[in-house]
Design a protein around this ligand. Sequence first.
Ligand code: ATP
Ligand code: LTN
Length: 333
Amino acid sequence: MDKDRKLIFSGIQPTGTFTLGNYIGAVRNWKPLQEEYNCVYCVVDMHAITVRQDPIKLRQNTMNAYALLMACGVDPQKSILFIQSHVRTHAELSWILSCNTQFGELSRMTQFKDKSQRHADDVNAGLFTYPVLMAADILAYNADLVPVGIDQKQHLELARNVAQRFNQRYGEFFTLPEPYIPDVGAKVMSLQEPTKKMSKSDENPNACILILDDKDTIIRKFKRAVTDSESEVCYREGKDGINNLMSIYSTITGKDFDSITSEFAGKGYGDFKLAVGEAVADHLEPIRTEFARLSKDKAYLRECYTDGAEKALKYSQRIVSKVYRKVGFVDKT
Ligand code: ATP
Ligand code: LTN
């Protein structure tokens, strides 16, 4: 860890294969950030169990998520890359922060309202306090910046409020973390209902691109994407489907909206959808290959996550033990 660099923290849930939304909104940025920041990245398996998980699948998804992050360019030599449940300080700090978080502010979280409706038979306390654990993830490292998609902005604001409240009660201590949200692609929409966010948990398989989908599947899903009855490829209010495809194409190719419009002037949506499909498939291909290679090397993955957890514990332990002292817990000697 370079003392002159700012610290980045981010996490992703092992609830299934990452979608193109996870990739464009968050994970894609994790690789370049390693060059300028001290980065701490985490597979948040403790967050995943706020909704019912099959234990065998959770274990598998966690290993896959870890390997996928590496395949997306997170380098365990450059960053601290670990599994949340391996580092006890997250749960420890979460308890203290929960005693500094109001019931009312957690009740306002839109993700809680949304998930408690979708999982009405299991509105458990963990689902309610989910944002406190997320605040603990971030504050245990005194992170400066948190790269996430726009849907996580409200959780991040809560983390800032909790940090601020703690600082007022116990004296300045926590850094107030800032969100790091991309200008384009912060909310990739469903290919079938382009007013809804693309989500791993969507029941319609055509609604989302998984980053391990093969080329044919990706192209087929884009061909079926819902658009509108016009034919001009341009970014305009009301053209949700086309706006979404343009944002995806723009983030993958680096082209801006004007040049995309000129590129497809006089061509139909069919040509555009095919071009988006091909660009995305070609971009994701090396990730798929690298994932396949890494997945075979379980011993190497184990070595990486063991080392990551050790480093994460060492770093966060310093911060959390100061928090223990600040709140008045007796030193263990
Ligand atoms: P689930 O659908 O299971 O609730 P999720 O995909 O919404 O999961 P995470 O896996 O925890 O949630 O998300 C990881 C990161 O991906 C977060 O930073 C989140 O903001 C971002 N993200 C998720 N979906 C999108 C999307 N459609 N567009 C942009 N970013 C997204
Ligand atoms: N809630 C996040 C995942 C997450 C996270 C974090 C993101 C858990 N802890 C800390 C950034 C920083 C989500 O993407 N659904």
